[in-house]
Write a protein that binds this ligand. Structure first.
Ligand code: SF4
Length: 501
């Protein structure tokens, strides 16, 4: 059974591992609308960003209720539950955590009691100074009374916003957010106001939309479309907005220093989302054309690894003149493979997810287009599957450069030790996945296709240049709040060990 969180406090177990998120957030302020249902459908459109838990907070101006549970949005909410989430303000969240900390207490929106009422908060991103922020909570009355410590960066942030009895939530946000480092696209609320804020680098997307009688904030424009909201603009990096009966007001809590996530274009965002004024689908098709130019090959068919490889495969077919075909059928109800929590499940996930169309593939020289290679397990399994289905040759083309570095800003690919491109060259990866040839699009080619200036992008997972300074290695990591800091150096050491003959 799901637990109603309306007036509950969180009992967090400090021994649990801290999660990293790549989530979807949604908020709505709309008197006269069924805001919980709008939020449900907004989250439904953002389900690809997080599939482990979902939650909605709603307020009627006097009473705030939060409902959250493990599972997909459609599994967590029923018509009856949504009916109980009444009011004119709501925020919602769908979550993807890693390393096994997928549990109810870490689901969002987070909820805290404040001096004036309550706060509910939904976060997409990952903070890099979580330990420092957590330490600054030492004076918190709840901490002094021995209550359990938070195990997520989002919970730390919520507690910080709630820890100013003399300030409104809006004033507390202006005070707290300049000290918060890392990636955060936030949607939060008190009983009467909807807030949204984006980190100064604008790492994760966050957009503002307008309903006939209200406002919507969402991770992606595709979520505006599904609720019939018109896109107004992106929330600016370093901007805080507040929406209540007085209208929408905006202020800066920090100077903008944009470093938008390049990987959103490759994989994370929906193809029907618009980022920085460009259709993600159009960018992916352009990358496929570029890939054909950079890595041509003599073949009979171009097939995508569905769904995220499809636009680039279309582009590759256009650029090369080789016919496009669907050679792999995806079970749409199985989650993305790199969100599976264990190696065993990941392997099973690949088998569950894709099935080859033998009559299309048999005897053909194939170009197989995928969006990225993380560990290499997916591509190895696909190549094997295609050969077993009778493919004469399998040429793998990847619409991103090699992923060589972990992300500390809200995506959990893997540790450095698990990333196949760390320490292995393209030819070694080709051998490892048993492809006849392998080609990645260049970083320069990918960036040109986004039409975003390179200095405005984060590309750290490709080149290791982190735009937001990372703290000392013992002050960052998935388990930092557990006191089990897993460090970059430690990962590198493990990696070296794994490469030993
Ligand atoms: S490291 Fe990669 S995935 Fe993470 S924010 Fe930067 S570009 Fe995006």
């Amino acid at each position: 059974m799901a637990r109603r969180d309306g007036l509950l406090t969180h009992d967090l177990n400090p021994n649990e591992k801290g999660p990293q998120d790549a989530c979807g957030v949604f908020g709505v302020w709309a008197p006269g609308e069924q805001v919980a249902k709008l939020t449900y459908f907004g989250l439904y459109a953002l389900q690809h960003r997080g599939q482990e838990s979902a939650g909605i907070a709603a307020s009627d101006g006097g009473r705030m209720v939060v409902y959250k549970d493990m599972g997909l949005v459609s599994q967590v909410f029923t018509e009856d539950i949504l009916e109980t989430l009444t009011g004119h303000i709501a925020v919602g969240h769908c979550r993807y955590s890693t390393t096994g900390t997928s549990r109810w207490e870490n689901a969002q929106p987070t909820f805290r009691t404040t001096a004036q009422g309550h706060i509910a908060l939904a976060h997409n991103g990952n903070l890099v100074n979580t330990k420092e922020l957590d330490d600054s909570l030492e004076a918190e009355p709840a901490r002094r009374s021995g209550r359990p410590r938070p195990t997520t960066d989002t919970e730390v942030l919520t507690r910080l916003l709630a820890a100013h009895p003399d300030l409104s939530i809006e004033a507390a946000a202006v005070k707290v957010l300049p000290n918060v480092k890392g990636a955060f696209s936030l949607v939060f609320m008190d009983e009467g106001t909807l807030y949204a804020a984006r980190d100064p680098q604008g790492i994760r997307p966050l957009v503002l939309g307008k309903l006939e009688h209200g406002w919507v904030v969402a991770s992606e424009t595709a979520a505006l479309d599904i609720v019939g909201a018109a896109f107004i603009r992106e929330i600016e990096p370093g901007e805080l907005i507040a929406i209540d009966e007085s209208g929408l007001r905006t202020q800066r809590f920090a100077e903008a220093a944009p470093k938008h996530c390049l990987f959103e274009y490759v994989y994370l965002a929906r193809p029907d989302t618009v980022l920085a004024g460009k259709s993600v689908h159009a960018v992916r098709v352009a990358v496929g054309r570029r890939l054909a130019k950079e890595h041509p090959v003599d073949a009979d068919l171009v097939i995508p690894v569905p769904e995220s490889g499809t636009p680039a495969a279309v582009g590759y077919a256009q650029g090369s003149g080789i016919p496009f075909a669907q050679g792999l059928v995806k079970n749409a109800y199985v989650g993305r493979t790199f969100i599976q929590p264990s190696q065993t499940l990941r392997q099973l996930g690949i088998r569950l997810k894709l099935n080859p169309l033998r009559e299309v593939i048999a005897g053909k020289k194939l170009v197989v287009v995928d969006d990225s290679i993380v560990r290499g397990n997916t591509q190895r399994a696909i190549v094997r599957m295609l050969r077993e289905a009778g493919a004469a040759e399998v040429h793998v083309r990847i619409s991103s450069p090699p992923v060589q570095w972990p992300c500390f800003y809200g995506i959990d690919f893997a540790t450095r030790a698990e990333l196949i491109a760390t320490g292995l060259g393209v030819e070694e990866i080709r051998k490892s996945i048993d492809a006849d040839s392998l080609g990645y699009v260049s970083q320069e080619g990918l960036i040109e296709c986004t039409q975003v200036a390179t200095e405005l992008l984060c590309k750290a997972c490709f080149d290791g240049e982190y735009p937001i300074e990372l703290p000392a290695s013992d002050l960052i990591g998935k388990h930092i709040l557990d006191g089990i800091a897993k460090t970059v150096e430690a990962d590198a050491e493990v990696h070296q060990a794994l490469r030993l003959p």
